[in-house]
Design a protein around this ligand. Structure first.
Ligand code: FAD
Ligand code: FES
Length: 274
C-alpha cells in the first residue's frame, strides 16, 4: 500500500554531522524523503517542542535523506540538540520543486545559509543532467560557510565553479551572494537562476535577474504551521507558500509586493524585513 505523505512517520536519526558551530545535518532512513524533488520540504516534529518546516537535504545512503538545521529560535534550537538514536516525526515531502529544462546548458545557483540545502539537491540533479553550473554560496563570515566541499563533490562531473562570498570579506569575495551574482552575470549568459536563502537576498537576486532578462526560480520560506494549505500562516500576498510554492518564477514574484519587504510573525502580524 502506498504511504500517505500526510501521516506522520517516526524516524530515528542514524547520523549527526556538524557543518559549523550552529548548523548540523541529521541523516535518517525514509523512502519518501529520499525520493523528494529539489526544493521540497518536510514538516519535522520535535517531540514535546514544536513542528517546523525543513528542506530535504541530500544523503549519500540509499533510501535515506537528511535535514540540515541552523540553531535559531525555540524549535530549531531543540532540533539542533538532537543526536544519533533520537527520533523525530516527519510529514511530507510537500511543495513543488525546482524545474530543469532539456534545453538548459548553463545555470546559476545563488544561496545563503541553510537556503543552500534545496540547492544542493538541485546540484546533484544538474550534475546527472550534465548542465554547466556556477554556484554562489553566501555567508556572513568565514566561520559560517557551509557545504563548500560538498557542493564541489556533487558537481564533480561538470566544468563547474563555486564562488564563496562573505559579508565581512574574511573568505572569498567581500559582499553578499547577490554582489557575487552581479559580477558573474556581467560576463556570462545563464539559462536560469535558482535561488534560496534570506528573502531580502533573494529579492536582490530577483532584481538582478529581471534587469538581465534571466528566468529565475526562487524557493521562499515563510512561517508555516500546517504545511498543507489550511491555516494561511505562510501567505505572501494572496499566495500560500506551502501550497503554491515553495518555488516561484518571474511572473508570480513580480506580482508579490510583500516579497523581500514584509513577513508574518507567529501571530500573523506583519513585520518589515530590516
Ligand atoms: C519551506 C521551508 C524550508 C526550511 N528549511 C530549513 C532548513 O533546511 N534548515 C533550517 O535551519 N531552517 C529551515 N527553515 C526555517 C525553519 O523552519 C525556521 O528556522 C523555523 O521555522 C524557525 O523556528 P524556530 O522555532 O527555531 O524559531 P521561532 O522561535 O519560531 O522564531 C524565532 C524568530 O524567527 C522568526 N521566524 C521564524 N520563521 C521565520 C520565517 N520563515 N521567516 C521569517 N521569520 C521567521 C519568528 O518570527 C521569530 O521572530 C525552513 C523554512 C521553510 C518555510
Ligand atoms: S502553512 Fe498553513 S497554509 Fe501554509
Amino acid at each position: 500500500m502506498p504511504i500517505d505523505t500526510n501521516l506522520m512517520r517516526l524516524v530515528t536519526i542514524s547520523e549527526s554531522i556538524i557543518e559549523s558551530s550552529n548548523v548540523k545535518t541529521f541523516v535518517f532512513s525514509d523512502i519518501l524523503s529520499s525520493r523528494a524533488s529539489p526544493g521540497q520540504f518536510l514538516m519535522v516534529w520535535i517531540p514535546r517542542v514544536e513542528e517546523i518546516p525543513m528542506s530535504v537535504m541530500i544523503s549519500e545512503v540509499e533510501g535515506h535523506a537528511a535535514i540540515s538545521v541552523k540553531k535559531y529560535g525555540i524549535g530549531s534550537t531543540a532540533l539542533f540538540q538532537r543526536k544519533a538514536g533520537d527520533f523525530l516525526g516527519i510529514r511530507g515531502p510537500y511543495g513543488n520543486s525546482f524545474k530543469t529544462l532539456k534545453k538548459f546548458r548553463n545555470v546559476l545557483l545563488v544561496g545563503g545559509g541553510t537556503g543552500l540545502v534545496p540547492l544542493l539537491r538541485l546540484a546533484a540533479r544538474i550534475n546527472k543532467l550534465k548542465i554547466r553550473c556556477t554556484m554562489i554560496l553566501g555567508a556572513r563570515t568565514k566561520k559560517e560557510i557551509i557545504f563548500e566541499k560538498y557542493a564541489n563533490s556533487l558537481l564533480q562531473k561538470l566544468r563547474h565553479r563555486i564562488i564563496v562570498t562573505t559579508d565581512d570579506g574574511s573568505y572569498g569575495i567581500r559582499g553578499s551572494a547577490s554582489d557575487g551574482m552581479m559580477k558573474v552575470v556581467k560576463n556570462e549568459r545563464f539559462d536560469c537562476v535558482y535561488t534560496c536563502g534570506p528573502e531580502p537576498m533573494m529579492k536582490k537576486v530577483f532584481e538582478i535577474a529581471t534587469n538581465q532578462s534571466l528566468p529565475i526560480q526562487a524557493s521562499l520560506e515563510r512561517y508555516m504551521k500546517c504545511g498543507i494549505g489550511l491555516c494561511g500562516s505562510c501567505c505572501i500576498n494572496s499566495w500560500l507558500v506551502c501550497r503554491d510554492g515553495t518555488v516561484f518564477g518571474n511572473k508570480d514574484l513580480s506580482k508579490m509586493n510583500e516579497f523581500g519587504n514584509v513577513f508574518r510573525d507567529k501571530d500573523g502580524q506583519k513585520l518589515q524585513y530590516r
